[in-house]
Design a protein around this ligand. Structure first.
Ligand SMILES: [Zn+2]
Length: 110
């Protein structure tokens, strides 16, 4: 995947995420009002929104970093070992920062 395509896809993903984050952050009243009619589920709804917001924010950060790597001319290289990240992996996850091995090591450490 060339960097122009990667950038376009990342920017699309970013726009999409910003919309989701805006909805999640801008809609707490709707969430509360909805749950008020259904006492007890209040926390659950707020927790769900918060969890989605955390995921969206983390992914947004990964996309911002990928865009920065494009600017720096290092996009498509693993940030840990410097090997090329496989094409198929970038197709599936354009924001991927690591090759499969390094990502695996990182996830095992957690
Ligand atoms: Zn690596």
């Amino acid at each position: 995947m060339d960097v122009t395509t990667a950038r376009e896809r990342l920017e699309e993903m970013l726009a999409e995420l910003d919309r989701s984050i805006g909805v999640l952050q801008g809609d707490p009243v709707a969430v509360r009002e909805h749950s008020a009619a259904d006492a007890g589920s209040d926390l659950t709804d707020a927790d769900r929104a918060q969890a989605m917001l955390t995921v969206a924010t983390t992914q947004r950060q990964a996309i911002m970093e990928a865009l920065k790597r494009i600017d720096e001319g290092v996009y498509g290289r693993c940030v840990d070992c410097g090997s090329p990240v496989p094409e198929g992996r970038l197709e599936a996850r354009p924001e991927a920062a690591r090759c499969v091995q390094c990502q695996g090591k990182r996830e095992r450490r957690r």
